[in-house]
Ligand binder design. Structure first.
Ligand SMILES: Cc1cc2nc3c(=O)[nH]c(=O)nc-3n(C[C@H](O)[C@H](O)[C@H](O)COP(=O)(O)OP(=O)(O)OC[C@H]3O[C@@H](n4cnc5c(N)ncnc54)[C@H](O)[C@@H]3O)c2cc1C
Length: 383
C-alpha cells in the first residue's frame, strides 16, 4: 500500500525549514513562478531566525563575497519589508571605540571599498548628534549608513504570510521531513511530491543529510541575549563597541587589529573568553535588545550563565556611559558554526543543502536564497 499524501499535487520546489534561509529560497523560487511548499517541524518559527537581533549587518561583513551578499540582501530586505508590511526600526550602525588602538583600524577600513559612505566622528561630533551616549573614554565612532534592523519575531511570520498571500506558497507546519529524495519527501504526515528540494535545517546537524553536513565540520554555537527597558531616548543607529572590531571579519582581517587585540586580551580577557561582543538595537516600544556571547559545543548546555549576562551589561554601561536599564527578558539561541561562513552542498542533482555557519543568516540570507535557486533551476526555469 502506498504511503498517504501529506499534501496533494506535485511542487516544483519543497523547502525544508521555515527560518530565514528557507524563506529566502522560497521567495527566490516563487519570483520565478515556481510552485513552492515550505515544510517545518515547528508550529511557528522558533529557531535562530526569531531569536536574533534582526540586524542586517553590512559594514563589518568579511570583504568580498559575504559583504556583497549582505549588500544585496539588505536591498532585498527593504523591498520585502515594504511589501510584507514589516517596519524597519533602525538604519545604519555606530561602532563606538574606547581604545585609541581602534583608530588605525578605522582609518585602514575607510580606505577600503567597504568604507564607502562611512564617516568617522570625533567624541565631540558624536555627542553633538546624540548627547545621551556619553562613554567617558570615547575615542571615535565609525558611522555606517548601511544595514537595517527589523523585529525578527514579527518579521519572519510576516514574510511567511506574504509568501502565501502574494505567491501562493504553501506551508506545512508541525511536520518533520524524514527523507528528501525528489520527487518524494517522506514526512511525519505522509508523502510530499516535489521535483527539487532545498534543505535549510538551521542547526539540525543530525537529521537530513547528516553525513554531508559532517564533511563541513559543523558544530553549534550558543548565544545569550537580553531585552532591556527603554533608556528614555532613541538610539541614532544600532550600536557596537571595540569588541566588534575583533569579531567581524571585515575589520578583524585587517593587520591593524593586532594592537587592539593585544590590549583587549589584557583588559577584557573574560569578555573574550566567553566570546562576548556588544550589539545594542532598539525596538518600536524603545526597549533594547542587547547581546551577545558565543559558546561552542555539539550540544550546548541550556543554561543562560548569569556571569555572562553581567559581562554583557557591563560592556553596555561602558560603551554608552549609562547604567543598563532593567532586564525584561533573557533568552538563548543557537546557530550552526564552522570555519567556512556558509555552504551550499549538492547531495543530488535536484537537492541543495544550505547552511549559514557564521551567525549571519539575517544579513546574507536573501542573496543566498537567490543563488540556491539559480543553481537548482538555472537563471530561467522556463515556465
Ligand atoms: C541569538 C542570535 C543572534 C543572532 N543575530 C543575528 C543578527 O543580528 N544578524 C544576522 O545576520 N544573523 C544573526 N544571527 C544568525 C541568524 O539568526 C542565523 O544565521 C539564521 O537565522 C539561520 O537561519 P536558518 O533558516 O538557517 O535557521 P533557523 O531559523 O534555525 O530555521 C531552521 C528551521 O528548520 C526546521 N527544520 C530543521 N530540520 C527539519 C526537518 N527535518 N523537518 C522539518 N523542519 C526542519 C527547524 O524547525 C527550523 O524552523 C543570530 C543568531 C542567534 C542564535
Amino acid at each position: 500500500m502506498s504511503a498517504p499524501s501529506a499534501v496533494p499535487g506535485i511542487f516544483d520546489l519543497a523547502v525544508v525549514g521555515a527560518g530565514i534561509i528557507g524563506l529566502s529560497c522560497a521567495r527566490a523560487a516563487a519570483l520565478k513562478g515556481l510552485r513552492v511548499i515550505v515544510i517545518d517541524r515547528d508550529a511557528q518559527a522558533n529557531g535562530a531566525s526569531v531569536r536574533n537581533f534582526g540586524l542586517v549587518v553590512v559594514t563589518g561583513q568579511e570583504r568580498g563575497t559575504a559583504w556583497n551578499r549582505a549588500r544585496r540582501s539588505c536591498a532585498t530586505w527593504q523591498q520585502v519589508a515594504q511589501e510584507a508590511g514589516i517596519p524597519i526600526l533602525q538604519r545604519g550602525l555606530w561602532l563606538t571605540a574606547r581604545r585609541r588602538e581602534a583608530l588605525p583600524i578605522f582609518e585602514a577600513f575607510l580606505k577600503t571599498e567597504m568604507g564607502e559612505g562611512c564617516e568617522l566622528l570625533s567624541p565631540a561630533a558624536a555627542r553633538a548628534r546624540c548627547g545621551e551616549l556619553n562613554a567617558k573614554d570615547l575615542q571615535a565612532v565609525l558611522v555606517s549608513p548601511d544595514g537595517l534592523r527589523v523585529e525578527s519575531r514579527e518579521a519572519i511570520p510576516k514574510i511567511a504570510a506574504w509568501l502565501t498571500g502574494r505567491f501562493g506558497v504553501q506551508f506545512l507546519r508541525q511536520t518533520t521531513v524524514l527523507s528528501a529524495e525528489p520527487p518524494r519527501l517522506e514526512t511525519s504526515r505522509g508523502v510530499v511530491q516535489a521535483s527539487a528540494v532545498a534543505v535549510c535545517p538551521g542547526d539540525d546537524l543530525s537529521g537530513l543529510y547528516a553525513p554531508r553536513i559532517a564533511n563541513y565540520q559543523v558544530t553549534r554555537c550558543k548565544l545569550q541575549m537580553l531585552r532591556l527597558a527603554g533608556p528614555g531616548f532613541r538610539l541614532p543607529a544600532a550600536l557596537m563597541s571595540d569588541l566588534g572590531l575583533l569579531r567581524y571579519a571585515g575589520y578583524s582581517a585587517l593587520p591593524e587589529t593586532a594592537p587592539l587585540r593585544a590590549r583587549l586580551e589584557t583588559e577584557q580577557h573574560e569578555h573574550l573568553k566567553h566570546g562576548i561582543h556588544l550589539i545594542v538595537v532598539q525596538s518600536a516600544d524603545a526597549s533594547l535588545v542587547v547581546g551577545d556571547s558565543h559558546q561552542y559545543a555539539a550540544t550546548p548546555d541550556p543554561v543562560a550563565d548569569a556571569r555572562v549576562d553581567q559581562l554583557i551589561l557591563e560592556e553596555f554601561a561602558a560603551a554608552t556611559g549609562r547604567p543598563a536599564p532593567a532586564v525584561l527578558e533573557r533568552w538563548t539561541g543557537t546557530y550552526a558554526s564552522a570555519a567556512d561562513a556558509m555552504f551550499i552542498d549538492a547531495p543530488a542533482p535536484d537537492v541543495r543543502l544550505v547552511m549559514v555557519t557564521s551567525g549571519s543568516g539575517a544579513s546574507t540570507g536573501f542573496a543566498l536564497g537567490e543563488e540556491v535557486i539559480a543553481d537548482l533551476f538555472g537563471v530561467s526555469p522556463g515556465r
